[in-house]
Design a protein around this ligand. Sequence first.
Ligand SMILES: CCCCCCCCCCCCC[C@H](O)CC(=O)SCCNC(=O)CCNC(=O)[C@H](O)C(C)(C)COP(=O)(O)OP(=O)(O)OC[C@H]1O[C@@H](n2cnc3c(N)ncnc32)[C@H](O)[C@@H]1OP(=O)(O)O
Length: 666
Amino acid sequence: MSCLCITGADIREFGAKMSGPPLVPMIHMIEAAAKPVVAAIEGVALGGGLELALSCHYRIAHSKARLGLPEVTLGLLPGAGGTQRLPRLIGVPAALELITTGRHVTAAEALQLGIVDEVTDQNAVDAAVKFAQSVEGKSLDARRIGTFPCPRPPDLDAVFEKVMKEVRRSARGAIAPVTCVQAVHAAVTLPYAKGMERERELFSTLFTSGQARALQYYFFAQRAVSRWSTPSGARWDTSKPRPVRKAAVIGLGTMGRGISVSLAQAGFSVVAVETQEKQLLEAKQAVSGMLERDAKRRGAPLAHGNIKYSCSLKAAADVDLVIEAVFEDMALKKAIFRQLSAICKPGTFLCSNTSALDIDELASQTQSPELVVGMHFFAPAHVMKLLEVVYGPRSSPEAVATAMQMGKKIGKVSVAVGNCRGFVGNRMLKPYLEQAFFLLEEGATPEQVDQVLEEFGFPMGVFKVSDLSGLDVGWKVRKADGLVVPDSTGKSARIQGGRRYSPLGDLLCEQGRFGQKTGRGWYQYDKPGGRVAKSDPWLHRFLEEYRARHGLVARRIDQQEVLERCLYALINEGFQILQDGIAAGPEDIDVIYVLGYGWPRHRGGPMFFADMVGLDKVLDRLERYHQLHPDVPGLKPCSLLRKLAAGGCPPIHRWREVIQKPHSQL
Ligand SMILES: CCCCCCCCCCCCC[C@H](O)CC(=O)SCCNC(=O)CCNC(=O)[C@H](O)C(C)(C)COP(=O)(O)OP(=O)(O)OC[C@H]1O[C@@H](n2cnc3c(N)ncnc32)[C@H](O)[C@@H]1OP(=O)(O)O
């Protein structure tokens, strides 16, 4: 008997010398053993752990155990017989689903699927001993999965064709899911030994791929961000969070509703405040609907009772933490922070869901600026996994720790970032969007730019995203910044403050084209609120007229230029953010971009991507583009990038040494 709680191969060992006995010969030995081997599974049996269990003759799982083959999420496939044994045990469709998604299953589901033979609430080892005694003397012939014929679906080709199509669509360029399908196909079409050879071959291809490196980097990055630190020396391991039981959400628009749902679902007592009675009623209905739908989907109890609704800020008097989620209007937010500071009990943390505004300016309205931090959620707030926790110069370590912990409790990945316009995510978005606009001026179309970005792996190109989130959002910000002004000839100015500026987005807004909500934006939709973007001849004519008006000659722009100008401008801002100390390390930026902005996970994140491309190459291309566009400061390589390149392009895990020691050359 063997007792298992194995998370699979030690990923840190990949690429280094691996210790311990090699797994594949070991599992063959176990399966061939003459004595019955029973696996007792407690905790988790994942990856190589489950593959080891599959080589045993019987499997007993504790009811709280979780099982799965998550290798695909690390850019791999189950490489110790998992792709050959699982379909033999539970059939091809179920095995394909588990292997291509990497989904973990509960012990109950594993029993239902036939992965385990028994589930117990008692000690799994004791149950397995008992089980072993009950099968004593029985033949093991029918228990060695490797000897089973693989069930062959009658419509084999159609099954695999359908799965492959679906997997390719959802993989968005990730190769591991597609390779997993190929490995399972080998289980059906080849004898076991040949199937194992094929599995090994495919595993080796993935193992040495850049995507596996990216996904494994990302796995650790997502865990590393919880070990936050700030330039003033506050740290995760020396800052104690304060307990929060009751929280208030101020403003019940789309974001406030999503935040309320997240808090209620996590068991917090919530006070939801919206000052207009009509909006409050609407919000109450909407939040109830969201909670009901979600409870139904998850088979979880309803969290209605946790939320109290009120029209008055005074209802927040006794809460431990407030999240303000009103319109993105500094004057309004300041007024609310002033009132909250007077209303709330001493020690209440005051947080803002602002996506770009100055946290310190808000803190300055309160009696206790050390209690103020940003909690920037991403829409839809009850779905998106990311939370930017923004510390201002006066935020206390305790306030940061409390917001970080709160994020974790509501199931978010919280990333601590410094206070600047747009924080990390939205600050990097600005040069990216700017390049997309400039490309249109120079001859590209929204379709072309979006196609390049979607082929890179983004779920949607920049113009489709802009239509989805509403062009008016950025327009309001640009107007507030004084950017939306005509030049001396009455045309929209293309230079603002000595820098190139594209008024294209403003001109569309002036035409009432706000994107999906108005049925027109960079694309056209069948009706206001329509979702399917269609190319719009009006937009193409508009671009031609615009270029003619401004004396711009359209040129052919290739895919490489589209990609490099959009992504390298964004990455360059990422280096500036690291240099400014707004993010503590590249992992913070990468997690924000993967979880908040659709950056393809199999490319690790923008900073990891820069590392993969080669910092010297990124620098070289930025220098070239900056020469061609000297009026675009976003293309001027940041000095940290120069320094890293001059220091021999150290690998990403060594960048912090350079960032933390300003004079280090490595
Ligand atoms: C040409 C070359 C050919 C090369 C041939 C090489 C031959 C190799 C032979 C093939 C054998 C293949 C074997 C197999 O098919 C491959 C695998 O098994 S890959 C691994 C699969 N397992 C996983 O993906 C599990 C990953 N882990 C998790 O999902 C979670 O960590 C968890 C187990 C569910 C626990 O979650 P939590 O409780 O929330 O805890 P954390 O996630 O915070 O983790 C705590 C801590 O542990 C670290 N950690 C977790 N799993 C691993 C791991 N598999 N390897 C290394 N480290 C792991 C995690 O990072 C945390 O540490 P921290 O980062 O915080 O320091």
